[in-house]
Design a protein around this ligand. Sequence first.
Ligand code: 0VO
Length: 282
Amino acid sequence: PQLLEEQERLIATLIEAHRKTYDASYSDFSQFRPPKRGDGSPECRNATNPFLMSLLNSDMDELPKASASGAEAAAGDELSMLPHLADLVSYSIQKVIGFAKMIPGFKELCTEDQISLLKASAIEIIILRSNESFTMEDNSWTCGSNEFKYQIGDVMQAGHKLELLEPLVKFQVNMKKLDLHEAEHVLLMAICLFSPDRPGVQDRCRVEEVQEHLTETLRAYIACRHPLSCKHMLYTKMVEKLTELRSLNEEHSKQYLQISQDAVNKEDLPPLLLEVFGNPTA
Ligand code: 0VO
């Protein structure tokens, strides 16, 4: 296959759309509610050994009452990263919406289908775009300074569990190893968005048509632009990533539901997040 002029233009449009909606300097992150990490801080160590700490830090020689101690502080600390990560994901959803609106064919869908596609794919596209900040050096998402470096432990402090985080990090590592070109990266996000089998989609045929046009463009791009030595099975591997994203999405939904039920401060979850991922109290 050969890249047609129209396919070249499509790729250029997608790359431009992504560049306009992905700020690789991460300068907006300081506007999110600040990250709170329970790691190594005196308060946190205090919270894990509340009785010992209070005996060592005072002249008392009796155990304090459980309710007055750090036992609850420790439990309360569990969702300490939730406000920051919820703001990061809510911000990312806004950027994904901006990206979607610039994809040829998206605006032509009815609003209901636009919403169905975005609701179902938002977390998958966020997982894909976050690969840009993921580094195999220490398996973290490094978005500038240490304050905005996210490791597994940080995401656990937002309430997520290893059943999601272990396959998620594996996914990020394997994505990194594919070493995609920018054209392939943006095409994969667009293909993910235009999945006709998402719940609630009315005009499946129109969504499928756009998706097939995107996948044809990806195949052609790989065939004529990707170096011979690395293109072996690349398209197949990319399609497999879409399957893995479905299962990460499913596990994320389950854990999100639990987190949103556990959250004592309902303000921790921004309204856009509640609309896209669900609001258990609604
Ligand atoms: C976006 C990141 C995200 C997840 C699980 C890194 C969920 C977090 C919170 C998660 C896991 C909630 C509620 C971008 C970058 C980095 C920069 O590349 C850019 O869009 O964010 C992560 C998010 C690990 C890292 C949200 O589930 C509902 C607790 C997918």
